[in-house]
Design a protein around this ligand. Structure first.
Ligand code: DGL
Length: 274
């Protein structure tokens, strides 16, 4: 089974593309809604929450976990990958994130070598997109902007209202002035605003769709790692887990996925042992 971990609903934008691109696999989605948002949390908090989420998904039989949350990917993916590499029982289990695929795609398409990154405060502070992009090409200049108001705007369905657009314009102003030619949507919620981002930034700025980039990268990973691919069950199962109210998860989740979500279960992830 493939696990998809997120702080809440946002990772559904990534799962949606996995289901389109790689529908044959079984998926288990875990949203830590009870403790979301992660975006303004400390490194220590994000680390312990993500660790619990990963442990829970492994304990339920996931072989491969994608941390869809940019905040968790940028703050703690490396540490968690290293930790699990040292755990003998779980050497055949893998954890992947979203930073690397988005950075690789953007480094490939930029012509002016000026890349903008938008995300939560914690993602921008962690500078993982900066490090990843500069390790791919040291001549790339990265301009980052945290946009803390966008997550609640999307979840409350306010993002397309004039107030939402005004806030987005204000956030994007410095990136327009920096003349970036590529913009990374470094937060699970921003694909909902991709049209607005494109309109405000203008036609000359490339804005890759995170779900499409990450699912293409997962497809490629599975082709390069048949030893992992063959361990994955393929019965088209879909399981949705939340640490908070499943009724609210369904309401928002249906809107995010544009479908009627089934199999939503409330879980306690704080008590799993390694
Ligand atoms: N999933 C988070 C991210 O991609 C956004 C929501 C949150 O702050 O928890 O950064």
């Amino acid at each position: 089974m493939i696990g998809v971990f997120d702080s809440g609903y946002g990772g559904l934008t990534i799962l949606k593309e996995f289901l389109r691109e790689l529908p044959e696999y079984d998926y288990m989605y875990l949203g830590d809604n009870a403790r979301a948002p992660y975006g303004n949390r400390s490194h220590e908090a994000v680390k312990s929450f993500a660790e619990e989420g990963i442990q829970y998904l492994f304990s339920k039989g996931c072989i491969l976990i994608i941390i869809a949350c940019n905040t968790a990917s940028s703050q703690v993916l490396r540490e968690l990958q290293e930790e699990y590499l040292r755990t003998p029982k779980v050497t055949d289990r893998k954890i992947l994130g979203v930073i690397k695929p988005l950075a690789e795609k953007s480094a490939k398409i930029t012509t002016k070598k000026r890349i903008g990154v938008v995300g939560t405060r914690a993602t921008v502070q962690a500078k993982s997109y900066d490090h990843e992009l500069q390790s791919l090409d040291p001549t790339i200049q990265v301009y980052s902007q945290d946009c803390p108001l966008l997550v609640p705007l999307v979840e409350e369905g306010w993002s397309h209202k004039p107030e939402g657009r005004m806030i987005l314009k204000k956030y994007l102003r410095p990136l327009k002035s920096a003349n970036v030619d590529t913009l990374i949507l470094g937060c699970t919620h921003y694909p909902f605003l991709i049209k607005d981002f494109r309109q405000i930034m203008g036609k000359s700025v490339n804005i890759p769709h995170p779900g499409e980039v990450v699912s293409a990268s997962l497809k490629d990973y599975l082709q390069r790692h048949p030893e992992i691919e063959q361990l994955l069950s393929k019965k088209e199962g879909r399981h949705f887990l939340t640490t908070d109210d499943p009724v609210r998860f369904k309401e928002v989740g249906d809107r995010f996925m544009k479908t009627d979500l089934k199999n939503i279960q409330k879980v306690d992830i704080t008590k799993t042992t390694k």
